[in-house]
Design a binder for this molecule. Structure first.
Ligand code: ZN
Ligand code: FE
Length: 255
């Protein structure tokens, strides 16, 4: 990988990520749940934080922004559509906007659903996508603000990235997500083996993120709402993809 990637656990079950490019000033943080663990990770490596990339306005993704901005004089960027609910942005972003260059180049993808302005950051050269509470390991975020159609469309955009892309998502929810997935596809062999790997990882205190997009496509029920076998499992053979996605989301909300 062309970039160094660091996964930083924060709060009860959040993740922040640091990416380091070849240049000294090329250090970006994706989401700031809490300043303390991020400062510790930066200082241990002698890295200076250049930019804070915010995915959406929820407190558990922005609570550390002002302390980090002040300490490192970092530039803060985030979704234009949520600028009124975010700390002041040095640059407001929407889908298609780019930043950085070479391996450090990133492209913004609009992924509304969990919140109405949620964005993801794709680093195509590095093969990384920071998806926070849109596409998650084994699941997707709750629909607090958007519609099922919006979230399904967002997930389809992420599903179309190269399958080897590493999905860097916002929470350690994977074990519960996969327990739910198994209620829909109990015979999915790749799901069964992923559950074994995730169970072992959690027992040993390891993170289950980032995850490979190919693994999500094979096991994440929310990415599989358009497949005939998923529709059959739900008794929804004739339903369109959005209706099936909405049914899966509703079942998960009550799981
Ligand atoms: Zn959130
Ligand atoms: Fe969150």
């Amino acid at each position: 990988m062309a970039l160094e990637l660091l996964t930083i656990p924060c709060r009860a079950d959040n993740y922040a990520y640091l990416v380091k490019g070849p240049g000294d000033d090329e250090v970006a943080l994706i989401d700031a749940p809490d300043a303390g663990p991020i400062i510790a990770a930066l200082d241990a490596r002698g890295w200076n934080l250049g930019a804070i990339l915010i995915t959406h306005h929820h407190h558990d993704h922005v609570a550390g922004v002002e302390e980090l901005r002040a300490r490192y004089a970092a530039k803060v960027v985030g979704p234009a559509a949520e600028a009124d609910r975010l700390p002041p942005l040095d640059r407001a972003l929407s889908g298609g906007d780019t930043g950085g260059e070479g391996p450090f180049r990133s492209v913004v993808i609009d992924v509304p659903g969990h919140t109405i302005g949620h964005i993801a950051y794709h680093f195509p050269e590095a093969g990384l996508a920071f998806t926070a509470d849109s596409l998650m390991a084994g699941g997707c975020g709750r629909l607090f603000e958007g519609t099922p159609a919006q979230m399904w469309n967002s997930l389809c955009k992420l599903a179309a990235l190269p399958p080897e892309t590493l999905i860097c998502s916002g929470h350690e929810y994977t074990a519960a997500n996969l327990r739910f997935a198994a209620t829909l596809e109990p015979g999915n062999q790749e799901l069964i083996s992923r559950i074994e790997r995730v169970t072992a990882a959690r027992r040993e205190g390891r993170f289950t993120v980032p995850s490979r997009l190919s693994e999500e496509l094979a096991t994440n029920p929310f990415l599989r709402a358009g497949l005939p076998q998923m529709k059959a499992a739900l008794g929804m053979n004739k339903a369109d993809d959005v209706t099936v996605f909405a049914e899966i989301r509703a079942r998960k909300d009550n799981f």
